[in-house]
Design a protein around this ligand. Sequence first.
Ligand SMILES: [Fe+2]
Length: 340
Amino acid sequence: MPEQPKTNKPAKRLDGNHHITGITGDVVANVDFWSRIMGLRFVKKTLNFETTFRYHTYFGDTDGSLGSVVTFLEFNDAPKAPAGKGNHHSAVLRVRSNEALDFWMDRLTDNQIFSELYRLNPTVPRRLVFHDFEDHKVELIVSDAADKPLAFPASDIPPEFQITGIEGIRSNVSVQDLKPYAEHMGFTYNEALQRFEMEGDSKTSRWYTAPVPEDLPFQEAAIGVWHHLAFDADEDLSGWRDYSDAGPVPTTPIYDHHVFDSCYAQTPGGIIELTSKGPGFLVDQPKEELGERLALSKRVEPLRARLERELTPIENPRRPDGTLKTEPPLDQPKKAKATL
Ligand SMILES: [Fe+2]
């Protein structure tokens, strides 16, 4: 007799954010922006595990800690489009203070990137809004979460201004439409701060909403649109998959993605991934070599020689200690594109 799926809520709650993923069409610009300018560590240069020829780049804190990681799938043949109805709208990353927002506004200006401060409403967190080179919208927010800071000591960014992890996501969805799924997964809505909140054992996730662009279609994979947000299911991915699947929207089976196991759901607020804690980034290379050599799963390893010959070469701009391998020219940067 087939085993009945578990539909009871797992005993251990989801542990907040795991990672956020966007779509890149230009991996060179992608690494330049997220490592050199944003000061995150390039923690994994690998492939998207649904293909045998597309890059998957990962950026995070010194250890690639869960809750710090921003990743990008390379689809240079994908359309470039704005986030539509039901897409994630902005990646929301944490900084410590209002002074950090000022620092980042100046740093982005030095790199010819527009940004905008939202700080005139005292009842909501202050934030700085801008776009990466491919139009992924980013918010740096002065977070009130008490989570452990997850930072990388980029040598050209003072420690007090470094990014300290993922606050969450902002999505093109109404509170009313998101509520059934969000509450099923353990979020509660904070009316005063206008956000959904999830308290994990070690990490806090916040899910913000944005006005729904009724005239813009949902983008399944578009350059510049955040593809998904992943939650940390820790050691009980199977339990959380079954519980998620028994909720308002269906959930895929669990897939082996080499560094993590994952399953996916298409929710009213965007694609959500549930992800295992391990095996993690050290599964195939030591900490000091993260982001250097191309990391390949056993399935793709036979293609290494061809991949290293034919893939666009990308260089990690920073050493493991956070220093830049080469100083940018004074009239930099040649890749910069002003967007807002
Ligand atoms: Fe993912």
